[in-house]
Write a protein that binds this ligand. Structure first.
Ligand code: CA
Length: 224
């Protein structure tokens, strides 16, 4: 009887150790999995509107939304500095990926922007800027992105064919490209806009220009 109890105890101890061991392995393994996305956030910007040297050592990707007021603010406060300090010097290639967090209006604006990019790539950034300029300062949550409004914005550029842009919006002709963007958003784990990814690393605060500079200069060092 006593012997039996002893071997039962041994069994319990061995079983406990085994369970602890398995749990420890699971924790280590899942920690490893959690740290993976940081390394795989390098964004594939093939087919995305990009500005700067094609082979620039550092890539900066903005995940943005024409309907998002912070994106408008980022474009006014941070983007011009980025252009002067790093894009024009050839250190940074900058790309923009559409985010659809504001629903139908985000989607419509993205379809239109992709259409302009496809048909008149040289005008894309001007149109992009004009869209953000047109975003109302007050009540930006109220509906403002409509096909009529987009055509009005595009009318500032005589080279943009209004009939084709209208057709592209009606037929959602560039939806495939918008979906590619949406997939990138999910893959990169974007949860708010604007999201700024520098050489595969997402910035904690997109408005912290000092941190952006540090990340760019680190990326530049790594590749030189
Ligand atoms: Ca795109």
């Amino acid at each position: 009887m006593k012997r039996n109890k002893n071997s039962n105890m041994k069994f319990v101890v061995v079983l406990t150790l085994l369970v602890v061991g398995i749990l420890a392995a699971v924790v280590v393994f899942s920690n490893k999995q959690e740290s993976l996305p940081i390394e795989i956030k390098q964004i594939d910007v093939t087919g995305q509107p990009s500005i700067g040297e094609k082979d620039a050592p550092v890539t900066v990707v903005e995940f943005g939304d024409f309907k998002c007021p912070s994106c408008k603010a980022w474009g006014e406060m941070i983007y011009p500095k980025l252009v002067d300090d790093y894009i024009e010097t050839g250190q940074v290639k900058f790309s923009f990926v559409n985010v659809l967090f504001h629903g139908k209006e985000s989607t419509l604006a993205s379809i239109a922007a992709e259409s302009v990019f496809e048909r008149s790539p040289g005008l894309y950034w001007n149109f992009h800027q004009a869209m953000f300029d047109a975003q109302p300062v007050e009540n930006h949550d109220g509906p403002w992105i409509t096909p009529e409004k987009i055509l009005e914005i595009a009318s500032a550029f005589p080279e943009i064919d209004q009939t084709l842009l209208k057709e592209d919006m009606e037929q959602e002709a560039t939806m495939e490209n918008v979906k590619i963007d949406d997939d990138l958003v999910k893959k990169a784990g974007v949860s708010m806009t604007p999201a700024i990814v520098i050489n595969g690393e997402m910035m904690e605060d997109p408005f912290d220009y000092e941190a952006i500079k540090t990340a760019i200069e680190q990326g530049y060092k790594d590749t030189n």
